[in-house]
Design a protein around this ligand. Structure first.
Ligand code: AMP
Ligand code: ZN
Length: 513
């Protein structure tokens, strides 16, 4: 196995690409800020989780064992990150006239279903905030005992002037903020960026979720849970903390302040902070409140398979904003289809040997935290010269800050390369897919061909039109053939002659309008 490239990662703390060195021998410890389960995840959120999964897959591919923890925020996330407004779960529960637990259980299940469809491997655990209330109280008590907190009317706050360099991760310009407009909201705070650790329930109100604490009946601040649960399950300092880029400014700065206070030192509690850029709709971020809310089911209804979305995401690096566009998704749909069809042709030609490689790939998808070393050996041991070179290029690409776009470029060139044998192609795709997670050797083109909800014709009707067109062409009835082609185009179907397979293939064109 070639293993020349060292993994480098862009650390938001130092703003540099750094070689990755694990802290311990027994596994890389990763914490990902998980969903606030008051609604479905939107496609932007899912980008952040595909990124976390890719990070993890690359590390496993490079031979590391991994322990990955993703929290479930089921209490405490206010409608604004800056500690204003109401608890999102509470609002959703009241609106739906359900208990908070009904809401959070429902959306947690929906979140897991999305992960599965996207080929995201399960984390080692998904700790929930509501199951760690006592640990959170103990953590806050420790901060309070050290004199790092103060009480005001609505709760207990963290005094950020007591820790070194508050806001360094977000490169916050605190001076400018002090004079900015957001300051007015909370007169009693000592610094405008101080944040709530324990929010007291108003005396005349009962919340759906509240607990007794030394600071009164109430609920924990959102930032607290990530410090407490990452510490509990991964210990400080752990290797990598991930999240969306918005968390760099507030949430993670606050986690760091808490970690510093708890540890009695200036360390952030984490060796590498990684942030995934936003998915945007033409310059604007996709968000639940703006109403441009697309979820995975929206894509399925419109005829886009979740793995086509994953393929679309992997074609951009996680550190660039990605525009969610109709053209981009349709291109991903056809590009992915082309690769999958070619691979299916290869599998048919290589018989049992190819089948074994596909079976191995299916098996590999169910493994969890261990290194992919033994799987790589099975795929890579017999590669010929040209194939071994392609492997090295792929390795370089993904080792450099998870360069999946270049990795996919290598995949595409391998599949089309006449110099690489059929079996070597399948071996390479098998090992690449450990990183890409696209089920390249097991998915059928038919699975990708999802009929959009509002399509007027059925699959059978389309097949009949295509057969009729073929007949018309055979009998040189060109006007009838053209008519049928137009009819198919109107039905939002793409028809193309696949020279490779020597057949006419068709697919539903995703209807994204
Ligand atoms: P939430 O459920 O709101 O706590 O968000 C879950 C994750 O999605 C966090 O890591 C956010 O930073 C991330 N996120 C939110 N919006 C987007 C977006 N438009 N693109 C990418 N990531 C996002
Ligand atoms: Zn978090």
């Amino acid at each position: 196995m070639t293993d020349a490239s060292q993994v480098t990662l862009f650390n938001s703390m130092t703003r540099k690409l750094e070689p990755f060195e694990p802290l311990r021998e027994d596994g890389v410890r990763i914490y990902t800020c998980g969903p606030t389960v008051y609604n479905y995840a939107h496609l932007g959120n899912l980008r952040a989780y595909v990124f976390g999964d890719t990070l993890r897959r690359v590390l496993q591919w490079k031979g590391f064992d991994v322990v990955h923890v993703i929290n479930i925020t089921d209490v405490g996330h206010l409608t604004s990150d800056a500690d204003e407004g109401e608890d999102k779960v509470e609002v959703a529960a009241r609106r739906a006239n359900r208990s908070a637990y009904e809401i959070t259980n429902y959306y947690t299940d929906a979140y897991f279903a999305d992960l599965k469809l996207l080929g995201i491997r399960p984390a080692a655990m998904y700790p929930r905030a509501t199951e760690h209330i006592q640990e959170m109280i103990a953590f806050v008590q420790d901060l309070a005992d050290k004199g790092l907190t103060y009480e005001i009317e609505d709760g207990l706050y963290f005094d950020t002037s007591k820790v070194a360099d508050y806001g360094a991760l977000g490169a916050l310009n605190l001076e400018a903020q002090q004079h900015g407009s957001r300051v007015a909201a909370h007169q009693d705070k000592r610094q405008p960026w101080d944040f709530c650790l324990w929010r007291r329930s108003p005396p005349d109100q009962r919340r759906l979720m509240e607990w007794e604490s030394p600071w009164g009946r109430g609920f924990p601040g959102w930032h607290l849970e990530c410090s407490v649960m990452s510490h509990k399950y991964l210990d400080f300092p752990f290797d990598i903390h991930t999240g969306g880029v918005d968390h760099r400014q507030v949430h993670h700065c606050n986690e760091i302040a808490q970690n510093q206070g708890y540890q009695n030192d200036d360390g952030s509690g984490v060796n590498y902070w990684l942030h995934c850029e936003f998915l945007v709709m033409r310059e604007e971020k996709m968000s639940k409140s703006k109403g441009n809310f697309w979820r995975l089911q929206t894509l399925l209804d419109k005829g886009v398979h979740p793995l086509v979305y994953r393929f679309f995401l992997l074609q951009a690096t996680y550190r660039t904003q990605l525009e969610f566009s109709k053209e981009g998704l349709v291109a991903a749909r056809t590009g992915f289809d082309r690769i999958v069809r070619r691979l299916r042709g290869l599998l048919e030609r290589t018989g049992d040997e190819g089948r074994q490689l596909a079976d191995l790939s299916a098996e590999a998808e169910s493994t969890t935290g261990g290194s992919f070393g033994y799987l790589r050996e099975l795929y890579e041991q017999e590669l010929d010269g040209g194939a071994a070179e392609a492997l090295e290029r792929f390795d370089q690409a993904v080792s450099e800050d998870l360069g999946t776009p270049r990795g996919i470029a290598v995949l595409t060139s391998v599949v089309a390369d006449p110099e690489i044998s059929d079996l070597d192609k399948l071996r390479l795709v098998g090992t690449f897919d450990l990183v890409l997670g696209l089920r390249l050797l097991t998915i059928e083109p038919e699975e990708l061909n999802i009929r959009p909800d509002d399509a007027e014709l059925t699959n059978e009707q389309i097949e009949a039109l295509i057969a009729e067109r073929k007949e018309a062409r055979q009998s040189k009835d060109w006007s009838r053939a053209d008519e049928l082609r137009d009819e198919l185009a109107a039905a939002k179907v793409l028809v193309k002659d696949d020279r490779d397979a020597g057949e006419t293939v068709w697919m539903w064109k995703p209807d994204l309008d």
